[in-house]
Design a protein around this ligand. Structure first.
Ligand SMILES: [Zn+2]
Length: 236
């Protein structure tokens, strides 16, 4: 009889520790989630930034391609012009003239396309500094957040250790059967105990018959909630 009485008192102490540990764990999770959320927006900026740089590279390459093509066409025109002096017929002369005209038209088209690309390039380049700044700002916020998480983890580590060793001491004081019941419940849900408030289980809100409430108040044996299976205890 005394043993069980003691067990329930010990379990109540353990319950307090479990609640403290669980709120520390929740805080830890929250900080970690905040960090992950920040990291996500940071990553999306990074993707945007990388894409812009890629666009810049590709546009520059395209411009270069048109420049090279025009250089080539200009050479061909010079060539045709040089050949004009040596032609023997009007037909040949006209053919060269037409060739020059075609090449000039292509040069002009290329120049228009090049101009469009230059404008595009300008727009890309305009966007880069703002994005770069956003990227750097975000990076520093992210680092700050990460160091906050680290600091928090460091600050709660001794507390967690202290609570855990206190809990282990208390667990050793429990009767093996009680410890077994408690451990089994805790492996599926935290906390493992639920207070009866009025006539309901405070964890799952299920109705507890007055007879059971009375028995639980006596603390003569361990009762578990029919619905959530937690160990019930009476809260004054
Ligand atoms: Zn319950």
């Amino acid at each position: 009889m005394i043993g069980i009485n003691n067990d329930i008192a010990i379990l109540k102490e353990i319950q307090k520790i479990d609640c403290e540990l669980s709120s520390l764990e929740q805080e830890k999770q929250k900080k970690n989630n905040d960090y992950l959320k920040l990291k996500e927006s940071f990553d999306s900026i990074k993707i945007e930034y990388d894409k812009l740089q890629e666009d810049q590279k590709l546009t520059e390459l395209e411009i270069k391609k048109f420049e090279q093509s025009n250089d080539e066409l200009k050479k061909r025109i010079e060539n045709s012009r040089a050949r004009m002096f040596g032609v023997k017929s009007q037909k040949e002369f006209d053919a060269l003239k037409a060739e020059i005209k075609t090449n000039q038209n292509t040069i002009s088209e290329n120049e228009n396309k090049e101009l469009e690309l230059m404008e595009k390039l300008e727009k890309i380049k305009e966007k880069i500094p703002a994005l770069m700044q956003k990227f750097e700002e975000m990076n520093s916020v992210l680092e700050k957040q990460l160091s906050e998480v680290d600091t928090y983890m460091d600050s709660i580590a001794p507390k967690i250790n202290e609570l855990t060793s206190k809990k282990n001491e208390l667990l050793m004081q429990l009767q093996p059967r009680t410890k077994q019941i408690y451990t089994k419940i805790l492996s599926v849900k935290t906390p493992a105990l639920a207070a009866i408030i009025g006539t309901t289980c405070s964890a799952c809100n299920v109705y507890i018959p007055p007879q059971t409430v009375n028995e639980v108040r006596k603390e003569t044996r361990i009762y578990t909630c029919d619905s959530c299976k937690r160990i019930l205890y009476w809260q004054e």
